[in-house]
Ligand binder design. Structure first.
Ligand SMILES: [Cu+2]
Length: 164
């Protein structure tokens, strides 16, 4: 019981640390974009509205095999025609370039979590056996624009919560 609680607290702290790091990174990236825009030729800046921007697309890789053998699920992904940043609300639907984030659902759970870091999805504590993770690319108002499901198998004897 105590070990389970410790693992849960440790996992929560891990997620919080990742969120803080992601927000710091996003803030840095935003500043970089603004700095670049200010210092370069206006005609070549990548910070102008994109007319008729193509549909947003989500590209998801399989979990990294070298991490999976340690019971750690790391899923790299990227978005095309959408910038993943922590900006939310209906007013952000009209901005260009398009912005959004992802929703992640594990094993058909009735709930999901949102991530706006653009970093790979990292999860620990899976039981051995087959699992699936649904990643949805959503707009700033949480409407799904594209989605991919990744199926994978966590090897026997590699359950995590232990290996962080
Ligand atoms: Cu959302």
């Amino acid at each position: 019981m105590k070990t389970t609680e410790t693992a849960r607290v440790s996992r929560t702290l891990y997620v919080l640390a990742a969120v803080v790091a992601a927000l710091a990174l996003a803030a840095t990236c935003t500043l970089d974009v603004l700095a670049d825009g200010a210092s370069t030729d206006r005609n070549t800046a990548a910070v102008v509205p994109i007319p008729n921007e193509p549909a947003a697309k989500l590209v998801v890789d399989d979990p990294l095999a070298d991490q999976l053998v340690h019971g750690r699920v790391v899923i790299p992904y990227r978005a095309e025609n959408l910038r993943i940043i922590p900006v939310f609300g209906s007013a952000a639907l009209d901005v260009s370039p398009r912005v959004g984030h992802i929703h992640v659902t594990v094993d058909d759970a009735s709930w999901h979590w949102a991530d706006a870091s653009g970093e790979p999805v990292i999860m620990n504590g899976f039981s051995a056996g087959p699992h699936k993770v649904l990643i949805e690319l959503v707009d700033a108002n949480h409407k799904t624009l594209d989605k991919k499901t990744v199926n994978f198998v966590v090897p026997e004897g590699m359950q995590s919560g232990i290996h962080h």
